[in-house]
Design a protein around this ligand. Structure first.
Ligand code: PRP
Ligand code: URA
Length: 209
């Protein structure tokens, strides 16, 4: 069964509480999403493997640590996932970036695919899928299936808010994918929105309310 890590870092909790507020404007919302993503990236990369490296400092030779050669990729689920990319890259600047376009049909709540462009060697990479919201789980389950269909084996999923329903569905459909969650909320409402949530993440990031 996958690992589910709900962030307990005070800075992450503080920042998430702040952006829930309905009066936070687009500029600030976008900035704080980026900051939370970078802090979450720090937590989600805690177990990356290291190898010894010889270093010559101005004083002497020594052995330090560097990330083992494993290649990384960040894959946002469009649109809202785009808001997390810069924060992720501030921590792992050499990662490649792929894009998966999905939107949730407002009537059926089912994901509709409209775009997929991934690094050519994606199947050899450790992939961090990012989307601020895990609600019913339909979008993230579909995005991860698209990656698996292209041969990707090592996948982690990062979201800023999750509903228990989405977590359960992800664990059922993709038990091999570890989940990193900024805050775990109470439930979904009748329209499939996370409660208490923060509203429509894509609209708030891009100002399309
Ligand atoms: C939102 C969000 C997730 C999805 C979550 O995207 O960014 O991708 O809904 O809901 P689910 O877990 O029930 O699938 P949306 O469909 O609103 O598209 P957008 O990012 O283009 O605004
Ligand atoms: N998508 C969002 O943007 N917000 C929600 O609460 C649920 C799905």
């Amino acid at each position: 069964m996958s690992k589910v890590q709900v962030m307990d870092h005070p800075l992450i909790q503080h920042k998430i509480s702040y952006i829930r507020g309905e009066n936070v404007g687009t500029k600030e919302f976008r900035e704080v999403i980026r900051e939370v993503a970078s802090l979450m990236c720090y937590e989600a990369t805690r177990d990356l493997k290291l190898q010894d490296v010889k270093i010559k400092t101005p004083i002497c030779e020594t052995i330090g640590k560097e990330l083992e050669g494993k290649k990384l990729a960040v894959v946002p689920i469009l649109r809202a996932g785009l808001g997390m990319v810069d924060g992720m890259l501030s921590m792992i600047p050499t990662a490649k970036v792929g894009h998966i376009g999905l939107y949730r049909d407002p009537e059926t709540l089912e994901p509709v695919e409209y775009y997929c462009k991934l690094p050519s060697d994606c199947s050899e990479r450790e992939v961090f899928v990012v989307d601020p919201m895990l609600a019913t789980g339909g979008s993230s389950v579909a995005a991860i299936q698209m990656l698996k269909d292209k041969g990707v084996k090592n996948i982690r999923f990062l979201c800023i808010l999750a509903a228990p329903e989405g977590v359960e569905r992800m664990q059922k459909e993709h038990p091999d994918v570890d989940l990193y969650i900024g805050a775990l909320d109470e439930c979904l409402n009748d329209h499939g929105y996370i409660v208490p949530g923060l509203g429509d993440a894509g609209d708030r990031i891009f100002g399309t309310m």
